[in-house]
Design a protein around this ligand. Sequence first.
Ligand SMILES: [Fe+2]
Ligand SMILES: [Fe+2]
Length: 193
Amino acid sequence: MIKMTDGLRNLMEELRINSAETYYHCINVKELTSKMIRKMNAEGYTNYSPEQVAQICKGALLHDIGKLEIRNFILTKAGPLTPEEKQNIKSHAKYSYEMIKDELDDDEREIVKNICRYHHERIDGSGYEHMTDIPLYVQVVSICDVFAALYFDRIYRHGVNCDEALQMIERGESGKFGGDVLDYLKKVTAELD
Ligand SMILES: [Fe+2]
Ligand SMILES: [Fe+2]
């Protein structure tokens, strides 16, 4: 069960109205993250408590809420972004945590914050802030984020099929992911198509 305050619910509603694509993307990332974390736990690869699983799912649901601060024409631009637009988009990770921090309980703060702030980091340092030491649950949300962005249709293009999406991720087109995280993504996406 994900605990949502009225403030968080209002922000999600604002996201649904202003950027339905981002809203449904967040739901897809949360669903995929939930499947993957539960699978990892079930196979004994991880040992997250039910509370932690709920917090990880909450972080996945809210990871892109900061896109409310980014103008829509940048979010939906099909062509290449200018350097300024790229910088602007990148700031959404920071905004995501800033926007929700007063709505979080102390026990859930660290997990949700790490997911919001660091979901674009990659273990090879190729992310927004060039971090390499990334908590496993953040890596899970990150790979689900990339998969969801490739697989599900966007405003300006159709999604690719499951195999193509996995191959693109494996080739490192969206930065490097650990082999175990990739293996679990393959397991949970095997049911998709
Ligand atoms: Fe993001
Ligand atoms: Fe995302």
